[in-house]
Design a binder for this molecule. Structure first.
Ligand code: CTP
Ligand code: MG
Length: 226
């Protein structure tokens, strides 16, 4: 089945605190969104790409992505929550799409290999797959009184990233039934009763959230000599 990637870039980037929306902030001369598109175009199979951006930036994003070259991209306006932005992307998936990946534009340095891993696991299992990394910190549960209740068994925990991939039917059904706010797409698909597997993530798939993360991005580029 054909693969589509929905890149959600419609957030405002409140925590980053820049004048423009986060995906349009530049790192060493190229926007976070453009850098995310590099990873998508590096996938081993060609995917349809849907980019979801703030309403006011649809025309700008179309022009910038066309100027950057590469395969044509569908650009649509997002909503006021990530969930609504993903739904806007799902609504324009082309006929014939069998596997859908949802990716945060803010994870601009995610290696293409992570996308490939997710696609191949969805394809072979017929179920969802999401990248995750082992949790390295010691995790405690804490009561309302601020007192530690227990040390959580870390061996059962993973920190999850994007791209998160699903058979189209699973994510379409999950979004159609969605009631309330979910923290990620996998939570919604699980709620709809479909299994989701974890595949190895990558430290470079970290989400650019704060100003510190922009520094981390600069360091990464410098180390890669880019
Ligand atoms: N996102 C989106 N539409 C929204 C909110 C978020 O498409 N209404 C996207 C963001 O553009 C980002 C991804 O979802 O690529 C993860 O969200 P987050 O890191 O929280 O980005 P922002 O919401 O932009 O940042 P903040 O929460 O600091 O405002
Ligand atoms: Mg947000």
């Amino acid at each position: 089945p054909a693969v589509a990637v929905i890149v959600v870039a419609a957030g405002s980037g409140t925590r980053l605190g820049r004048a423009r929306p986060k995906a349009f902030v530049e790192i060493a001369g190229r926007s976070i969104l453009e850098r995310s598109m590099d990873a998508v175009s590096g996938m081993s199979e060609t995917a349809t790409v849907v980019v979801v951006v703030p309403d006011a930036l649809v025309a700008d994003a179309r022009a910038a992505l066309a100027a950057a070259g590469g395969a044509p991209v569908i650009v649509v306006p997002g909503g006021d929550t990530r969930q609504k932005s993903v739904a806007a992307g799902i609504a324009v998936l082309p006929e014939g799409t069998g596997i859908v990946l949802v990716h945060d534009a803010a994870r601009a340095f995610t290696p293409s290999a992570v996308f490939d891993r997710v696609v191949s696991t969805v394809r072979s299992s017929g179920n969802g797959a999401i990248p995750g990394l082992p949790v390295t910190d010691t995790i405690k549960s804490v009561g309302d009184d601020g007192v530690v209740q227990a040390t959580v068994d870390r061996s059962t925990l993973v920190a999850v990233q994007t791209p998160q991939g699903f058979p189209r039917a699973h994510i379409v059904e999950a979004y159609a039934r969605a009631a309330g706010d979910f923290t990620d797409d996998a939570a919604l698909v699980r709620e709809a009763g479909h299994p989701v597997a974890v595949v190895p993530g990558d430290a470079r798939a970290f989400k650019i959230t704060t100003a510190d993360d922009l520094e981390r991005a600069d360091d990464l580029l410098r180390r890669q000599g880019m």
